[in-house]
Write a protein that binds this ligand. Structure first.
Ligand SMILES: Nc1ncnc2c1ncn2[C@@H]1O[C@H](COP(=O)(O)OP(=O)(O)O)[C@@H](O)[C@H]1O
Ligand SMILES: [Mg+2]
Length: 235
């Protein structure tokens, strides 16, 4: 509580002994990572060091060759592909660098989509999508398609979409990587305001030390292994 975050206490994510190879490339070489409920964790590290692979293995998008991932008491690595997809839909939100919104759908329909997929009715999904967009400061973008928004507005729509299902954890891979620094900062602060209020856990990959400074904790991935970080350690 020293940093003012609302924690319900306890571990949300326990990843142990993660290894993943692609052909001759050892992308992950034995990673252990624990994330507390309500924590905002920044993952830093050089390009190609294994950050995205780590995120994908933890989120159940990729299956690690070795190791185990438990999220909110569920052993994700033990689930079959269908069960893992259902778990992701219910419990996990994703935000990527760009290009994840459906170009032909307006903001409300983009945010409503995961709600519809998880069984919420059309009218309730639309109402909830609108509320999430308003929360992210997008009241005036509701009926716009992504191509008619700025990059920062589109990323905030993506964040609203990730949050709309009220997941236990948001995984974000360079969410501000395609934006200039002012737009990036706006996107980040609106995301963090929402997750702090909800107590949502965030695992955030970033190259940018200023972005990482918003996190409660940073870790650095180098050559597929974790090294503890101190503030200001350059990735
Ligand atoms: N699908 C894949 N097929 C082959 N090699 C991959 C694949 N994904 C990642 N890699 C390799 O694994 C290493 C780690 O990649 P990645 O996790 O994307 O790093 P980062 O996100 O830190 O830039 C790199 O050498 C990359 O080329
Ligand atoms: Mg990456």
């Amino acid at each position: 509580m020293a940093n003012g975050i609302v924690t319900q206490g306890g571990l949300l994510i326990a990843a142990t002994g993660l290894r993943k190879t692609f052909g001759a490339t050892e992308a992950l070489r034995g990673i252990d990572l624990h994330v507390e409920r309500g924590e905002v964790l920044a993952i830093m590290g050089p390009s190609g060091s294994g950050k995205s692979t780590l995120l994908h293995c933890i989120a159940g998008v990729l299956t690690p060759d070795e190791g185990r991932v438990v999220i909110d008491g569920e052993d994700v690595t033990a689930l079959d592909a269908d069960a893992r997809a259902r778990f992701r839909l219910r419990r996990i939100g994703f935000v990527f660098q760009f290009g994840q919104l459906l170009p032909d759908l307006n903001a409300v329909d983009n945010v409503a989509l995961p709600l519809l997929m998880s069984g919420v009715g059309r009218r309730a999904a639309t109402t909830r999508a609108t509320e999430w967009l308003e929360r992210l400061g997008l009241d005036d973008q509701l009926s716009k398609v992504p191509g008619d928004m700025s990059g920062g507005q589109a990323q905030r729509v993506a964040i609203a979409r990730a949050l709309a299902t009220e997941p236990a954890v948001i995984f974000a891979d360079e969410p501000t990587g395609s934006l200039d620094s002012v737009a990036g900062e706006n996107v980040l602060t609106s995301m963090l305001a929402a997750v702090r209020e909800l107590g949502t856990t965030v695992v955030l990959i970033t190259h940018d030390a200023r972005v990482a400074a918003y996190a409660d904790r940073e870790v650095i991935v180098r050559d597929g292994q974790l090294s503890a970080a101190s503030r200001g350690d350059v990735a």
